[in-house]
Design a protein around this ligand. Structure first.
Ligand code: PRX
Length: 566
């Protein structure tokens, strides 16, 4: 097998038109991700190639060829159109990692709808906030999750349909419809809606420091970046069996769990199951996985299980490993090289970037602990936090910034122009992270530049947690911050002041925990509540979470005078 081209070779004369040409897209023509990932692959003669081999924790399995993807996504698109869902309307996918989620994603896009994928683990409050904000028209879900939708249904007047993919004989309530994908009449031909480059495609909700989660609006043209980065960074080749651990409720699970591999015509395997080292290794062995895209939290869990368990399995099929979501510890890189014979390659990006922007490309020497270099076609630097000028000095920390304009950059936050504008300074897009750059152009991640908590690769905004806490009758004020955790890197800790007449106690802590448990996703749940007399604030009354966070991490809090003058 020939070596992959070097970073320099790939960067020389780079243009995103490389992807346009390979995908057969002419600027100005319609472009539809649903079509790109199914019909186009069939036209290339790969109709009978395996697209998805799905398995769940009970050992159930299903297989779909690219032609199945094409026909079944047509079937879903047709069904939604017949219901009266119009192009541009938001259709939420609220399911476990079942085939209907993956194929439904393509189906919604084919009829011109905007996909709003949400984690099936979300509690009713987290779900409500996002459906209300997006003014969602329909939600596709499963029997086991529909109770959460029913609970908030009456407060969502614009939600016209609740579509159940596994209703069976269960009684349906008002505005609920059954859509058993496997039994539906298969639609061979569907007139794919002629979306263009700038037509909205996916609306992913992501957390910021202030306010409710923001809907990051992607467009169909994003496939240009997702196709090429998947091909080059994940090193996808025609015979690969690709496994992405991420749930499509998270951008990794759509950009590289659907669009990236399928626009490349690659076979992927999906395991609808939580973490279990033994089962994961068995899965790789059984399916002969060649390319594996995972996350540091999972890798840390695997490291904890040791090497003996690795040796009990034949993992020789693995050729390329990549990681995303949190800093990838140098130890994890060294460990993976030792036990799998190839290191995990770090990739850095965000919901907002839509594609990998800083990375270790396969041909580049990996420096353990570094995220690698800017992907060709991405101009990345670090800026001085006050002047927003490029730092231009090796080893000095600054704000990670990207020159706007790559194809998969989001086009805005849903109904939140001010929030989107605030992400740009001096002609740069600010990621909200800090890093330094070494003499070879490698980025070294240092931390986030805001109060967002990264727990197991998932971003949690303090606002949602604090709002849920404030709904409890004893809570006067609260601040949610990160505290260190050996596996998830960070977990949520809440500081709470109580209203007059309430005293801190273990029972009260439990009561507050129970109160917020159902409202939030399990990830956002504080692992600890600490009752305090007061919270640190600026003179203008803003809570300074950074002080609390630094104490948890035993880091110096730095210069407080400027903060207090805020
Ligand atoms: O803080 C960075 C962290 O995750 C953030 C983006 O989170 P999200 O929008 O949920 O998208 C995650 C999947 C693309 C970043 O701003 N992050 C992501 N990748 C890395 C990382 N931190 C360190 N190293 C990474 N490789």
């Amino acid at each position: 097998m020939s070596d992959p081209p070097s970073y320099e070779e790939l960067s020389a004369n780079f243009s995103w038109s490389i992807a346009e040409q390979e995908l057969g897209h002419q600027p100005g023509d319609p472009i539809n991700i649903g079509w790109m990932c199914s019909d186009r692959i069939c036209r290339m003669g790969l109709a009978n190639k395996l697209a998805l081999h799905w398995e769940d924790y009970q050992g159930n399995e299903k297989q779909f060829t690219f032609d199945d993807l094409r026909v079944l996504s047509n079937t879903i698109a047709h069904f939604l159109s017949e219901l009266g869902i119009r192009p541009g309307e938001r259709v939420c996918l609220f399911m476990d990692r079942v085939p209907e989620l993956y194929i439904g994603f393509l189906g919604v896009l084919k009829m011109g709808g905007v996909v709003q994928p949400l984690f099936s683990a979300f509690g009713d409050e987290s779900l409500f906030v996002r459906l209300q904000d997006a003014n969602t028209s329909a939600i596709v879900t499963q029997k086991k999750h529909v109770h959460k939708v029913r609970k908030i249904r009456e407060h969502l007047p614009n939600l016209r349909y609740i579509i159940l993919v596994d209703a069976g004989e269960s009684p349906l309530q008002q505005s609920e419809v059954s859509f058993p994908m496997d039994q539906a009449r298969r639609i061979e031909d569907f007139a794919v809606y002629p979306t263009t480059a700038e037509s909205p495609s996916v609306l992913h909700y992501t957390s910021g420091t202030t306010g409710q989660p923001k809907g990051a609006q992607h467009v169909h043209y994003s496939v240009i970046s997702q196709y090429l980065t998947a091909k080059w960074v994940l090193d996808l080749r025609p015979d690969d069996v690709y496994w992405c651990n991420a749930d499509p409720g998270w951008v990794t699970g759509t950009s590289y769990g659907i669009i990236g591999p399928w626009s490349n015509g690659i076979t992927q395997v999906v395991f609808d199951s939580g973490f279990n080292a033994e089962r994961w290794y068995e899965f790789i062995e059984k399916h002969r996985v060649t390319v594996w895209y995972s996350a540091p939290t999972a890798i840390r869990l695997l490291m904890k299980e040791g090497t003996e368990i690795v040796q009990r399995h034949d993992l020789s099929s693995l050729r390329h490993l990549a990681s995303v979501g949190e800093p990838l510890n140098a130890e994890a890189v060294v460990w993976s090289q030792k036990v799998f014979g190839t290191p995990f390659h770090d990739t850095f990006w965000q919901t907002e970037t839509g594609c990998i922007v800083i990375t270790n490309l396969p041909g580049m020497p990996v420096k353990p602990g570094s995220m690698g270099k800017a992907f060709p076609g991405i101009t990345a630097t670090v800026l001085h936090p006050k002047t927003y000028e490029a730092v231009n000095q090796t080893g000095i920390a600054g704000l990670i910034a990207l020159r706007p304009g790559w194809p998969s950059q989001i086009r805005g936050y849903w109904n939140n122009e001010a929030g989107f504008k605030a992400k740009f300074k001096n002609g740069w897009y600010l990621c909200g992270d800090r890093a330094s750059i070494d003499a070879d152009g490698y980025f070294w991640f240092m931390g986030r530049d805001d109060d967002v908590i990264n727990t197991g690769g998932h971003l949690v905004g303090p606002f949602e947690i604090e709002s849920a806490l404030l709904e409890h009758h004893a809570v006067a004020e609260s601040a949610a911050v990160a505290k260190p955790d050996p596996v998830n890197m960070e977990v949520v800790k809440a500081f709470v002041t109580l209203k007059r007449g309430y005293d801190p106690s273990g029972d009260l802590e439990l009561e507050i925990m129970n109160h917020i448990r159902k409202r939030l996703s399990p990830l956002a749940m504080p692992q600890e509540i600490e009752f305090v007399d007061c919270l640190p604030k600026t003179r203008s009354g803003k809570i300074v979470r950074r002080i609390l966070r630094c104490k948890e991490f035993h880091e110096p809090v730095g210069d407080l005078s400027t903060i207090m003058d805020d």
